[in-house]
Design a protein. Structure first.
Length: 336
């Protein structure tokens, strides 16, 4: 058996994941997150009048209880699993993106006529397209996240992500394939609508500013503090800043096991949509999350059967209950 195609595919995916500047998990963005975390803990020690020691800072950034936890080990497994799966899922989403973009353009042409060339400088057009696509990404992310918490069937698959009991950047990979497929297609749909509008308004010559096919604004956020959202580094944005941007503490609130934090802070980089739709929870200056994850007796975490197979079974039970209720209603209606 020739294993070389699979090996080459795996290392190709791993190279794109770690070495591409547009990757959500590039070594450059991870290094930036590490520097931010070290600077944060270093500043805390200095404010308390303590000396800076490399060993102490490393223990703060990589505490044993997190590194050695079953939850973290499961996240490592999800990383390797999704390095393979994501390529297939993304391929399905591209079809949605292209077809919806072309459909939006055709609908606008049919309703408003052929577009006229924009008189704006090219850099202005490109900047506008870049902003439009970033805002579309954020809205699509928020909407998918909101649906995943509010629709019981979708929650069974998204619950896998919330089963993490410690948070690290690797937790970003703790997602069920069904959730990934829905997420990718909703993002593709949102981006396609924005892209269709932009191409109609500015013409085919306007493109977003991107780095390795990733929106430049998003690349900026990825290389600043986004990785720290899946961490236990409590950096809280408050006031107006906390209503505009999702700080690490905002997202840690989202993962909290405390009921008062449930169904809050769905945004990725921006808190604007949470603010607009009433789902924003601005974190306190000092840590207020005591535990992450879902109720232990409700969800068997960190196992293949519990996190990849069981969601299908629970989802089917929900569907079956709805079908039984519908059939019972139909039977009562026919007997009247």
């Amino acid at each position: 058996m020739d294993l070389s195609p699979g090996v080459l595919y795996f290392f190709g995916q791993l190279q794109k994941l770690l070495l591409s500047l547009g990757s959500h998990f590039s070594l450059s963005s991870l290094s930036a997150a590490l520097l931010f975390a070290v600077a944060f803990y270093g500043a805390k020690r200095l404010r308390r009048g303590r000396k800076l020691r490399v060993r102490t800072l490393l223990r703060a950034v990589f505490p044993k209880r997190i590194v050695q936890s079953r939850s973290n080990h499961a996240d490592i497994g999800y990383l390797f699993f999704n390095v393979f799966v994501f390529g297939v899922v993304f391929g399905w989403a591209v079809l949605t993106y292209e077809s919806v973009t072309n459909g939006i353009i055709a609908a606008l042409v049919g309703a408003l006529g052929q577009p006229t060339a924009s008189a704006l400088p090219s850099w202005t057009q490109n900047a506008a397209v870049t902003l439009m696509l970033f805002l579309a990404y954020e809205l699509g992310y928020w909407f998918n996240h909101w649906l995943s918490h509010r629709v019981p069937l979708l929650w069974e698959f998204h619950k896998v992500h919330h089963s993490a009991e410690v948070l690290t950047p690797l937790t970003n990979f703790r997602v069920h394939p069904v959730y990934t497929w829905i997420f990718a297609n909703i993002l593709a749909l949102a981006a396609a609508i924005a892209n269709g509008l932009a191409r109609y308004v500015f013409g085919d010559t306007a493109y977003q500013y991107a780095m390795a096919d990733t929106n430049l604004i998003l690349v900026f956020f990825i290389h600043t503090y986004v990785h720290l959202q899946h961490s236990e580094v409590w950096i809280a944005f408050r006031g107006l800043l906390g209503r505009v941007f999702v700080s690490p503490a905002h997202h840690q609130i989202h993962h909290s096991r405390d009921p008062k934090h449930f169904n809050r802070n769905y945004g990725s980089c921006l808190a604007l949509w949470d603010w607009m739709f009433g789902t924003l929870y601005i974190p306190a200056k000092d840590r207020e999350v005591k535990a992450f994850g879902v109720t232990p007796d409700e969800f068997p975490a960190h196992t293949i059967s519990g996190e990849l197979v069981a969601p299908f079974l629970r989802a089917w039970m929900l569907v079956r209950a709805k079908l039984n209720a519908a059939f019972a209603f139909a039977r009562r209606a026919t007997t009247l």
